[in-house]
Write a protein that binds this ligand. Structure first.
Ligand SMILES: C[S@@+](CC[C@H](N)C(=O)[O-])C[C@H]1O[C@@H](n2cnc3c(N)ncnc32)[C@H](O)[C@@H]1O
Length: 368
């Protein structure tokens, strides 16, 4: 879709404070395609503009999927960087940058990833949509009505007069705005952690994959379950759960017929019978969590696992890599065929979420 676009590099959004890890991830994956570049990053900006100096960024972009990257939550192909000379006219320099870029667009989105929810750049991005759309339509760059067969044009506000102009298309582009699903907290959930597990199933699995692996009537175990947000979510999906924690669950869950509470150590508990899911939200050393999850998978105590890995203060990218290598080694030496996905979710702070699915895998052609 974007192979004729004149691009200068990639724009990735990430959690604020994880720009370095986001850049490391981009560089690692691009190196496999012999694409090289550079970036000046600042801490806490929430995005990385990686300028390509050698190789084909478009080809790389066509092969990437932001939903399968760890620190990258949204990904676009950059057309140009624009500094408006005056706050009175921000529209024409952007339209000028888009002229001759080699693409028409089916939709325009203006974003401010580095800004807080109520920030002034967010306000500006909203105000710019109408005049920018009109000018792009007048220049033949934007279709009159939304057309999802064409790429999306993104204007990213870095400051009030400094913009990155970019294009996005699936599968590299997440269909969630800025790569963040907007979830509504259900007041019946015992903790806000319920949003995290909901996000994991929404962002890390395609809907057909979720339908294949998460089904009514399954059984699951939640390690480190209290007060019970994850258990509550799994029960809401039709599972019967065993919740393991030294601390008590919310009273509503203690009385729930689909929940069995076990006051025990999550690193010692072993299910009497194999289950479909183990989920684990215990805050501990990542290697300890990983070893225990590997035990569950290798011994066949579960078919699927979802857990968090707490990140160290330094070398966070390397720490994730090391954990994943260790997990892969354990699974391979036990001849367990598995698909491993890792992502730093919007609801994750200093941690990443891991999903492991053992074979048989969801197959899109079998979707009913
Ligand atoms: C982050 S909270 C879990 C929140 C939970 N996922 C929810 O949605 O409400 C971590 C929990 O792990 C429990 N925990 C810590 N170490 C544990 C262990 N060794 N065994 C069992 N539970 C443990 C704590 O008591 C705490 O309730």
């Amino acid at each position: 879709m974007l192979h004729n676009l004149k691009s200068t590099g990639l724009l990735a959004y990430c959690r604020k404070g994880f720009e370095k890890e986001c850049l490391q991830e981009l560089q690692q994956v691009a190196g496999q395609y012999l694409v090289y570049g550079y970036s000046r990053i600042q801490d806490q900006q929430g995005w990385v503009y990686w300028q390509v100096s050698q190789g084909n960024a478009n080809k790389l972009y066509a092969d990437l999927r932001s939903d399968q990257m760890v620190f990258v939550r949204q990904l676009y192909l950059v057309i140009g960087e624009v500094e408006a000379e005056s706050a009175k006219d921000r529209v024409s320099p952007v339209v000028e940058a888009l002229q001759n870029c080699g693409s028409r667009f089916g939709y325009l989105r203006i974003e401010a990833p580095g800004d807080d929810e109520q920030g002034s750049l967010r306000g500006l991005s909203k105000k710019l949509v109408a005049p920018m759309s009109s000018a792009m339509k007048a220049a033949g760059l934007l279709t009159a009505k939304k057309d999802s067969r064409l790429p999306v044009c993104f204007v990213t506000c870095l400051t009030g007069q400094h913009f990155l102009v970019a294009a996005g298309a699936k599968p590299a582009m997440s269909h969630f705005e800025e790569g963040i699903p907007r979830l509504r907290f259900d007041p019946e959930a015992p903790s806000r952690s319920a949003l995290k597990i909901e996000e994991a199933f929404m962002v890390m699995l395609e809907p057909y994959e979720k339908a294949f692996v998460l089904k009514r009537g399954q059984r699951g175990v939640d390690l480190g379950a209290a007060p019970g947000g994850w258990t509550w979510y799994m029960v809401s999906q039709g599972l019967r759960m065993t919740a393991v924690d030294h601390g008590a669950l919310a009273p509503s869950l203690m009385q729930d017929a689909d929940v069995a509470y076990v006051a025990s150590d999550g690193f010692v508990y072993k299910p009497p019978k194999p289950v479909d899911w183990v989920v684990c939200d215990i805050v501990d050393k990542p290697t300890r969590t990983l070893e225990r999850m590997a035990d569950w998978l290798v011994h066949g105590w579960t078919r699927y696992a979802l857990f968090n890995l707490k990140l160290p203060m330094k070398s966070r990218f390397d720490a994730v890599e090391a954990c994943l290598q260790k997990l892969q080694q354990k699974l391979e030496s036990a001849e367990v065929e598995a698909e491993v996905r890792v992502k730093q979710l919007y609801h994750d702070r200093e941690e990443v979420t891991v999903i492991v699915l053992t074979a048989p895998f969801p197959d899109k052609s079998n979707v009913s």
